[in-house]
Design a protein around this ligand. Sequence first.
Ligand code: FPP
Ligand code: MG
Length: 316
Amino acid sequence: MNFDGELEKRKNLVEEILETYLPKAEGEQRIVLEAMRYAVSAGGKRLRPILMAESAALFAKESEVWRTDFTEVPGPSTIGALPPFMAAIEFIHTYSLIHDDLPALDNDDYRRGRKTTHVVYGEDIAVIAGDGLLNYAYETAMRAFGKAVTIEDYQRVECAMNFLGRRAGVYGMVGGQCADLLAEKPGAVPTEETLLYIHKNKTAALIQAAMTIGAVLAGADEKAVAQLTKCAENIGVAFQIQDDILDVTSSLEVLGKPTGSDEKNHKLTYVTLHGLEESKKQVSKLSVEAVDILRSFPRENAILETLVERLINREK
Ligand code: FPP
Ligand code: MG
């Protein structure tokens, strides 16, 4: 398997899907649309949509999952509902990055190797570009109902909508971000419990949404969805610990964003709590467990396994 080539193909397909759903920058609201496009088109790994489709491929044939033409999809018709959800989750991820970089939050000028949205468009437009992407994500995801035919199809899309809303919102990413902001305040006492809550919600929640939505749309049963939920939690927590490790060990050139940002913001991280060595050990423990869960499913997905291993051990 040529993993890099396969990943590149998938990334290109995600770019096509994003382009299909992103509105053109025109009309009275042109500037906010331009800022939304600027943030989305900045590249990025497109990890969440790829994880979504690859999780679907655990339960549906790969040839059904990775295609540009979803009008004639054989098999369960909800596979055709993947693209709107893939676009929606990347829009939500991108809005969270725009807001996270704002001066009121992390105050970062670079992201994905380019100037952040507020640096280019101003804080006012960056705030509403984030709002615009968040709303447009749900408008996009709701198009998936149009792909449903049977009652079961509708139920799967409804279940996927629930995962998306719940895990992106106050009982997921927004909740995690809230705890993260509080942990930065002077006088906050960092605990292991708080740190885990932050990682599980701020980062893992959206990865969980991605993987479980893919599985649900492909017709996975409840037990499989529960196993994937645990697997995605491990991936998300390991991914965030690795993010924190890179903030200490990497550079702006390699990472595309400034390093040392956690120290600057007095941030509670696994690294500040346990040190680099212990953090690296924890990353590999979580990743082995995650891959073991993936291997327990009847269908093998070598791409997904390799992706998880690479992600967790990534250098950027
Ligand atoms: C990098 O993803 C992003 C994270 C590790 C998640 C951090 C969480 C937030 C910024 C939540 C913010 C929430 C609110 C409500 C503002 P990545 O490495 O996949 O980035 P890429 O898409 O650029 O590759
Ligand atoms: Mg932050």
